[in-house]
Design a protein around this ligand. Structure first.
Ligand SMILES: Cc1cc2nc3c(=O)[nH]c(=O)nc-3n(C[C@H](O)[C@H](O)[C@H](O)COP(=O)(O)O)c2cc1C
Length: 371
């Protein structure tokens, strides 16, 4: 059993966060992770995609047990009510991943309003729906909301500069996002091995926890995160490839089949994205190099300077992956996909990873510490 400041702060059995993974809500995965004793997160940025991405919208309605005629506020509430009901027995802890970048700000405002209304309904809801993970944007404007809500605030960011802003904004748990991570990744590439210890050294203190994300998938990488001073890890790709994960069979299989060097980066809808390498993602990467080269040199572009077709191609291929259409599919996943070879349940995964990390940490002390 590994206890850390993260397990103590949030009330978890394991120091593991299941990452929010859009565009789908990952409701079933959030439920399974929370029931297993990890922090479960639903992603929320696709809930307003009725016209733009019908397949995403339908999945939101389906997983929320909502009607397609419900409005986004109602769908959001129904989604979290379902998580609350299905984690009652285990008293699992859950939260929302809300992307706050400019492109999706309107959605973030709607979702946070829905969350506030839902949490106002009952103390039981507030007790277990207690974490807000903001990502992909500036944390500063969200401090007042989190304070009013009394939620535990975590923010995902890719750099020391962004961490400084988190600290100023009052973020409690800094989630340092290394460039090897799946899907949304930073313009300026810094990987976990460099970023995580840098953030720990500069920002971890009695009021601020640090969690690593990007590349963590097993006992070895969890033990490494602890060795670097982290309080826990957030995993996306590893949780994607589990029995309960909401991702399509094809998507999970593509992760399991991923070979050495099997990912690349290309322009995603919200900044650069790490994708599994296949003919479609390779075409998209070449197009990105021509039309959105900032993705490869750490210079952000915005929707006004790149052709919409570039983004629509990626979106269509991601939708094809969800529909099981292998010929046209693109799947988002992190570099660690090449180390993932199975589809365990969330409970099996959490136990295995933490048991392995514990054994590794003890073994390291025995092997390397003299006297
Ligand atoms: C398929 C997929 C979708 C993702 N979607 C989101 C998202 O909607 N919002 C977000 O903040 N991060 C998103 N991420 C990033 C994860 O939250 C997490 O930071 C990342 O997966 C960590 O790296 P790992 O994949 O190596 O575990 C996504 C990751 C994957 C693999």
């Amino acid at each position: 059993m590994i206890k850390t400041r993260l397990t103590e702060l949030v009330g978890l059995k394991y120091p593991l966060i299941q990452a929010g993974m859009g565009p789908y809500p990952v409701t079933s995965l959030c439920i399974a992770a929370a029931n297993a004793g990890c922090l479960g997160l639903c992603s929320t940025y696709g809930v307003q995609s009725k016209e733009a991405e019908p397949i995403v919208y339908e999945r939101f309605c389906e997983e929320a047990h909502a009607s397609v005629d419900d409005d986004p506020v109602t769908i959001t509430k129904k989604m979290f009510r379902r998580v609350f009901e299905e984690t009652k027995e285990s008293q699992g802890i859950f939260g929302a991943n809300v992307m706050v970048s400019t492109e999706v700000l309107e959605n973030a405002r709607m979702v946070t309003q829905a969350i506030a209304e839902l949490r106002a309904e009952s103390p039981e809801m507030r007790e277990r729906f207690k974490v807000l993970v903001t990502s992909a944007g500036d944390p500063m404007p969200w401090g007042k909301y989190v304070e009013e809500q009394g939620m535990i605030w975590m923010h995902v960011f890719p750099s020391v500069r962004a961490a400084r802003r988190c600290k100023k904004a009052g973020v409690k748990v800094l989630i340092a996002s290394g460039h090897e991570g799946g899907m949304h990744t930073a313009w300026q590439p810094v990987h976990s091995m460099t970023l995580l210890p840098d953030i720990v050294e500069k920002f971890s203190d009695e009021n601020t926890l640090v969690v690593g994300t990007g590349g963590f998938c097993d006992g070895k990488s969890l033990a490494a995160a602890f060795a670097m001073g982290a309080d826990g890890v957030q995993m996306g790709t590893r949780f994607l490839a589990t029995q309960e994960s909401d991702f399509s069979k094809l998507w999970k299989q593509m992760v399991v089949d991923c070979q050495d060097g099997g990912t690349l980066v290309a322009r995603g809808f919200v900044g650069p994205a790490r994708l599994l390498r296949n003919a479609n993602s390779l075409k998209h990467a070449y197009d990105t190099a021509r039309l959105a080269p900032g993705s490869y040199v750490g210079v952000p572009d915005d929707y006004s300077t790149i052709p919409m077709d570039l983004l629509l191609y990626a979106r269509e291929c991601v939708a094809a992956c969800e529909k099981g259409d292998a010929e046209h599919a693109i799947a988002g996943a992190g570099e660690c996909a090449q180390r993932i070879t199975d589809l365990p349940t969330c409970a099996e995964l959490a136990e295995r990873i933490t048991n392995d990390a514990e054994a590794i940490l003890k073994g390291v002390a025995a092997k390397y510490v003299v006297d």
